[in-house]
Design a protein around this ligand. Structure first.
Ligand SMILES: C[S@@+](CC[C@H](N)C(=O)[O-])C[C@H]1O[C@@H](n2cnc3c(N)ncnc32)[C@H](O)[C@@H]1O
Length: 312
């Protein structure tokens, strides 16, 4: 038995009562069976935990990795009202160089490929800061890209300095393990419903996570700077999985993937390295998610956003 606890383990134990939802990864644990981790959140480092899982067990994987925004430590102020812009300046987003970021992504994608079933699909979401690097790494590893989905955010952070376009999109890459992978799930009726226009194009228009949905910490501030909207994960899961499938999110943050998977009758496995976020997931899971309470932006909303009201 190890006597000294790591800082991470100690912090986690100071928290509130543990639920059966969480497994805390330990060095001495060598292997996890699929049933042991089914519908669990594993507190630990994805690069270590994934290595302890069997080959080919997941039907779908969703990855929302660190963005590597490279913002530095300088405070960014709005030039109009001089208040501070709350960007993503978390430690988990920092890497010493592109090379180290790429290495992290590559290691993650190698392990993820191994644990995907032959018919599984992978979604990766990122902004322009890293999506091109991630796409290249995916192709170099043999993943076969099926689509990129452009998520148009209807409430993006404005470009406060007025020096470039407002960045109002993120990109989701959707891929299979390799060119010859067969039998993946594509529920085209949902794809048509979610994509805009008559053809159900690869453009999803919906707001950033806001209001009641946004989890708060004890100080009443955002628990996580990049919590993804429930509606986004609903679309990902409904278009690419079947009821009873098992979904992996190895960098879970606030656990949106598992939370939505559970509400849709899918199983999940999530991994997250930060104990504060894992506590947030535990709290979140105490409340049942009713997807009927989450509004889906309809045509009217989308047309108004694109100023298309007058078009027939
Ligand atoms: C972009 S956020 C994910 C947000 C999430 N999709 C949500 O809806 O809340 C990336 C997450 O990766 C976690 N992370 C970074 N490195 C990790 C690692 N090696 N293992 C597990 N989690 C990691 C960070 O703590 C952070 O919460």
């Amino acid at each position: 038995m190890k006597e000294t606890k790591t800082e991470q383990e100690a912090l986690f134990e100071e928290g509130e009562e543990r639920t059966s939802l969480v497994i805390q990864d330990r060095e001495e644990k060598e292997k996890y069976s699929k049933d042991e981790v089914r519908n669990k959140v594993i507190l630990g480092d994805a690069l270590k935990v994934l290595k302890k899982l069997d080959n080919e067990i997941f039907d779908m994987v969703f990855i929302d990795p660190p963005y590597f925004l490279q913002l530095g430590n300088k405070e960014l102020k709005r030039w109009t009202v001089k208040t501070v812009v709350e960007g993503v300046n978390d430690d988990w987003d920092k890497f010493p160089s592109f090379q180290e970021y790429d290495q992290f992504i590559q290691n993650l994608l190698i392990e993820v490929k191994r644990v995907m079933k032959p018919s599984a699909t992978l979604w990766v979401i990122a902004t322009y800061h890293s999506i091109f690097r991630i796409g290249k790494i995916m192709q170099d590893l043999g993943y076969w890209i099926l689509n990129d989905i452009i998520w148009v955010k209807t409430n993006p952070m404005p470009n406060w300095l007025g020096v470039r376009f407002t960045n109002a999109t993120e990109t989701l890459i959707w891929a299979i393990k390799d060119k010859n992978a067969k039998g993946y799930t594509f529920n085209k009726e949902y794809a048509r419903r979610f994509g805009i226009g008559k053809v159900g194009a690869n453009v999803w228009v919906l707001p950033l996570c806001w209001g009641e949905e946004r989890l708060k910490n004890k100080e009443g501030k955002k628990l996580h700077s990049t919590q993804k909207p429930i509606e986004l994960l609903k679309r990902v899961i409904l278009t690419s999985t079947k009821p009873g499938d098992i979904v992996l999110d190895p960098v879970a943050g606030t656990g949106t993937t598992g939370y939505v998977a559970r509400a849709l009758g899918r199983d999940f496995v999530m991994i997250e390295i930060n104990p504060e976020y894992v506590q947030g997931i535990e709290e979140r899971f105490k409340q049942e998610l009713k997807l009927s309470d989450v509004p889906t932006p309809g045509d009217k909303y989308i047309n108004r956003y694109f100023k298309l009201e007058g078009f027939k």
